[in-house]
Structure formats: structure tokens, C-alpha cells
Ligand binder design. Sequence first.
Ligand code: PMP
Length: 408
Amino acid sequence: RDTQDVVRWRTDFPILESHVHERPLVYLDNAATTQKPYDVIEAEARYYRHDNANVHRGVHTLSQRATEDYEAARGKVQRFINAASPSEIIFLRGTTEAINLVAQSYGRSRLREGDEIVISAMEHHSNIVPWQMLCQQTGVRLKVIPINDAGEIQLDAYQRLLGPRTRLVAVSHVSNALGTVNPVQTMIELAHEIDVPVLLDGAQAIAHVPVDVQALDCDFYAFSGHKIYGPMGIGVLYGKTELLNTMPPYQGGGDMIRSVTFEHTEYNVLPFKFEAGTPNVAGAVGLGAALDYVGNIGMETIMAHEQNVLEHATSLVSSIPGIRLIGTAREKTGILSFVMHEAHAHDVGTILDRQGIAIRSGHHCAMPIMDRYGVPATARASFALYNTRFEAELLAAGLEKVIELFNG
Ligand code: PMP
């Protein structure tokens, strides 16, 4: 049965009280974005009510307060992922912008024609396309690690791809289309043996598994605030100081400079060198509140709960005739991707929506993985800390209804 804990957590999220098509909302689209607790909504509102001003520039009180709020949020991110210093935390719009920054700043300044970047077959488009753009600009080549039928990276093939021309490995920590948790620790160790840095796309990991960038020893880590109960439009690039210091700025503008003349500009120190223009201060404040919220519950507790819901949902859904699960890795987070013999994923999504159940259907911005499994799209239910075993049962009942409708 569902625990008192999850019943209590649910009351922290106002949107979970809503109804859709006159049914209580069952929100199972958390891999696309998570809902926000009062703490986050209030933190952002409080910032705008009491502290709003531009940061880093003014001597007046509000500007100083806004700067303190913004830098305090950076400190919260640093502690949450255990970075060595707050200056290794760069606030950006999200995972997408973080990966583009590394591709354009690190990639363009360091990589030459014939160099190789290794990604995996399960990447989100935002960890494919920025590298393809770099390939077009520089003649760098992309190498793709294959996966097995369960949706797991093939480590032996990965090892064979690492070679004298490899300059960077960029892989997802957790796959958004399959839920696979990748063996990133081993992958990083193997890359470091030949001095190749590793970027982790942490968009799907940050809210579901503990992330310690120093223990992982990853060189870059990218994530989005909105996937961990924080606001949209704020995200983070973590990078090791020694790497970030050698990289040129990504964008030019205010705040990223120390001095400017028409002949010459001296760039600011980290992290400001990579934060051109007025930042999303309210977003950073909201993200800080989200990390506090998650930290108070504890990642171990969240993981245990989400695994419990995932196991229940997996056994219920996989026993429905005509359903094929896509992604059955041993190490998974709360993502259940499947196709139905009777119905296209979009029909499944539409029929479930009539019952108040929100899932995603489509290619999940990972079209190559759809090709890998020979399907045009999947239906995907994805869980967060506020989802219940009861909701997993509603999902299964909803899917039975889909079958009835199509067979009826
Ligand atoms: N990588 C993965 C694995 C994702 O799931 C997502 C979001 N669906 C992204 C990158 C991109 O994140 P954003 O759109 O927040 O930049």
C-alpha cells in the first residue's frame, strides 16, 4: 500500500489537486517536466516581492540582496552535487544550453578535424545535435556506443571505440526514453585512463539518483532545474575549474567581462565568464528551494519510493497482453516505455488523458533509439516522488480500457 510519506509529499504540490476531464489528475509525465512544490513557487514569488533587482552591479540594498540570493542558490547547487567550489557552477537555461556551451567553447577551441567524440545510442537530441553541429564546423567525427536489447550500453564496444583520436565522451547518466541508469563510473574511469574528459547529461538523473560530481570524477555535468521540481528556464553546467579556466567564453556581453575597451576585453573570472547578460535570478532562487526540498526528504528515501512504484507499475503493465516494454535494463529509474499491439502510442496517450492520466507519447526527442527498437514512438509513463502505487494501478486499468476500446 501507499505510505503516509507519499500522502504527505503530495500535499506539497498544489497542481496535484487538480482535475482533468473531471477525473483527479494522475501526472505521469515527470521525465518531460516535474511539478513544483509550494516551497519553490513561494521562493520565486518572495524573490519578486521583496528582493528583485539586477545582480552584481548595484551598490543599493536590493541589488545586494538579489546578488546574495543568487549566489546562495549557487552554493546550494554546489552542495547538492558536491562540487569542489561554487565557481564551478554555471547557471544557464538548462541541459540543452549547457551541452551547447561545452560543444561550442570546449569543442571549437580544442578539437580538430579527425578528432572523435563518443556518445551513446540512447542520447536525447540535445546530446546529439550540438555535437553534429560541431562536426560540421570542425570536421570532428561522432562515434556511437551501441546498446543491447534491454537498453544497456555495451561496455566492450565502448572500450573499443575509445582510441587515440577520442577527445571527449558525452553520455546520459540516465536515459529519458528507457530509464536505463548507465555505468557512468566505469565509463569515466575507462576514458580517464587515456586522458579523455567526460560530460554527463544529467537531465534525467538529477531528481532520481544521488549525484556526487567529485566521486564520479566527471569533467562536466549538465542538468535542468525543471526536472527536479524547480522552475523552467534555469539549469546548470558543472565543470572542473581547470577545464573551465582554459575554455573561451560562450557568449559575450555584460557581467562576463572585467574590463572593456574598443581594442580589448578582459574576461571575468569563473563562473561569471560564462554568464553573459542578466541572469534568471528568480529561477536560480526557485532551483535552490527545490534542492532544499529534495534534500530534506533525502535522495535515498526518494529512490526507494520510486523503485517501489516502478516495480509495481512494471509488473502490472507487463502482464497486460499485447504490451511490449521498451527498455528492460537491470539498473533503471522510474521510466516505463512501452508499445501496444492494438494502438498507436498517441492513441494510448489520448485515451488515458480522457481518464485524467498524463503520459507522454512520441519519440521523446530520441529518434535514433526508436529506430533501434523498430518503433515509430512509445508511450512513456515516468514517476516522481509524489506518484503512488495506486496511480500505477490506475495506469494499468487505463491501459485495459484502451484495449477494450480497440477490441470493442
Ligand atoms: N537530456 C535528457 C536526457 C533529457 O531528458 C532532456 C529533457 N527531456 C534534455 C537533455 C534537455 O533538457 P532541457 O530541454 O531542459 O534543456
